[in-house]
Design a protein around this ligand. Sequence first.
Ligand SMILES: Nc1nc2c(ncn2[C@@H]2O[C@H](COP(=O)(O)OP(=O)(O)OP(=O)(O)O)[C@@H](O)[C@H]2O)c(=O)[nH]1
Ligand SMILES: [Mg+2]
Length: 347
Amino acid sequence: MDNPFSDFFHVPGSQELLDIAFKKAMKSSAQVSKNASILIKAKKKEHKRIKVAIDEIINRVLTIIKRVPMIEELPDFYKELAALIVDVDKLRLNLGKLNGILPILNQIERDSLRRLRHIETPKEADQIRRAAFGRISSIINKQNQNLEYLNQIRGGLRKIPSLDYTSPCVVVAGYPNVGKSSIVKLISTNKKLEVQEYPFTTKELNLGHLVIQRRFDTIKIQIMDTPGILDRPMPRRNNIELKAILALKAISDLILFVFDPTPSCGYTIESQIELYQEVYQNFTKQGKTKIFVLINKMDLASAQEIDYLCGHLELENNDYILTNALTGENIDKVISYLYSYYYQDKI
Ligand SMILES: Nc1nc2c(ncn2[C@@H]2O[C@H](COP(=O)(O)OP(=O)(O)OP(=O)(O)O)[C@@H](O)[C@H]2O)c(=O)[nH]1
Ligand SMILES: [Mg+2]
């Protein structure tokens, strides 16, 4: 399913909205018979202007509202991810407020039309239109914060990855700074992932793909890079970590758990082991989701550091792969592992 927020385009600010609407209104021309009196012509002209301005604003506001999907109706993954990116109640309230101005705008048009019926000079028609534009401006200007808020949250929501629910998804998880993005970059099509020497570089869920040719078909495996997670109680985790937790909980078919057994990531191996145990216990869905270990930074790791980790996790030789995500050493083994895992028709 495509990111449900992909149609959430630029939201104009109040001034931009008013400028567009009033400009269109002033360019509009009413259909009046040539023989009509100056007074009738003025009435029709100004009514048309008011109507065009109001219709334009209503249409644009309705488009904004329609382009924001109903979050509560989205599949769990998108719903929960959206809730980590924006305050869903605030968003709903905001859209409600925008919706609330529509009947007021319609009322302005009706009031103006009623007043236009009773005018005696063309000048009054002009005054009524000016007064209507004034009321419209004040209503729309009061929505400026709402409009700005929508524009501001748009960026975050549009970064949500488009998941294909019919293809498997490998979630690459672990502590911050252990080399997750470097690995996903090497094994998948996504070469844009940011890699830095400091923790929490990755703040979003990012997807890449790996195409596997099987005997009778081709499958495209989704590889999800996730932000780092710290070993701490769930309520203390921030929204960035919770995005990774959500990926593990909601969409993983296979978890590649990345360790950095050296001090280079800035975190102890004990805390990484604690996190691994938590992920193993809580997110393997009673064995339905396999968890496989990658021990990264093999160029820096000593034999003792690797033995210590393997000893604690009781890992046999085939239970893990040592990798160097800087040079790409053994990354072919990771791809082979995925290949054989999915070749045997795991989907
Ligand atoms: N020496 C060495 N450095 C590595 C290796 N893999 C990654 N690095 C470095 O480790 C740092 C972190 O790499 P990232 O790929 O950004 O790590 P990450 O786990 O995605 O980090 P966050 O997104 O912050 O959680 C970068 O400076 C990488 O160049 C490796 O195998 N060996
Ligand atoms: Mg990263």
